[in-house]
Design a protein around this ligand. Structure first.
Ligand code: ADP
Ligand code: ZN
Length: 209
């Protein structure tokens, strides 16, 4: 199954995708994670992308499209994959649509209030990338990852100014994809306002329909 998770920043795509990947046995491919890894390793791609990411702006289509096309060529994608954070523009959707057939797009929704709360209280593990929320997915020991013992940090783009920009960019560039995929008859909605467990079950249901 070739799945796309669609939804605003902070809706929990990363958390859902990690669980979905385990359940379905297909890889979780997150363009944001790939770009951040590149930035941490100071590759040219990463260094070029970082200023955009830190401000909450989109990285250039051509860069992201090339990166994702290469990733989807890998063997582990042959039985399907879960895309998280891609496509984010109509152009990206058109380009990837030329190469692969998407089976299902799950549109996860919640109010702006919930989204802002999740983003501003989010902490991420420096090493393994596990996502925490200071209230709902609390680490046992403050500032330390339960899974691997590394330090947690706040993403540069989870600071208030960049959050505002990301929501604006989402509305302008990415939201049109909802109708785009609805017209193709492959869109399913899922409520993302509940607990991480509830959200996962609803997305799983949407995928299975
Ligand atoms: P979010 O929590 O906003 O969904 P991501 O981790 O998916 O965060 O993405 C972080 C940043 O990486 C984005 O704000 C953008 O700068 C860049 N990025 C990720 N995916 C894409 C994409 N498909 N197209 C352009 N830029 C992207
Ligand atoms: Zn960790």
């Amino acid at each position: 199954m070739n799945i796309v998770l669609l939804g605003p920043p902070g809706i929990g795509k990363g958390t859902v995708a990690t669980k979905l990947s385990k359940r379905l046995g297909i890889p979780h491919i997150a363009t944001g994670d790939m770009l951040r890894e590149n930035a941490a390793q100071k590759t040219k791609l990463g260094l070029d992308a970082k200023p955009y990411m830190d401000k909450g702006l989109l990285v250039l289509d051509e860069v992201v499209i090339k990166m994702i096309k290469e990733r989807l060529q890998k063997k582990d994608c042959k039985n399907g994959f879960i895309l998280d954070g891609f496509p984010r523009t109509i152009n990206q959707a058109e380009e990837i649509g030329k190469e692969i057939k998407i089976s299902k797009v799950v549109n996860i929704q919640a109010s702006d209030e919930i989204i802002i709360d999740r983003l501003s209280k989010r902490k991420v593990c420096k090493k393994c990338g596990f996502i925490y929320h200071l209230v709902h997915i609390k680490p046992k020991k403050e500032g330390i990852c339960d899974k691997c013992g590394s330090e947690l940090y706040q993403r540069e783009d989870d600071k208030p100014k960049a959050i505002k920009e990301r929501l604006k960019v989402y509305g302008k560039e990415t939201e049109p994809l909802i109708d785009y995929y609805k017209d193709k008859g492959i869109l399913a909605d899922a409520d993302g306002s509940g607990t991480p467990e509830e959200e996962f079950e609803l997305v799983l249901k949407a995928v299975s329909e």
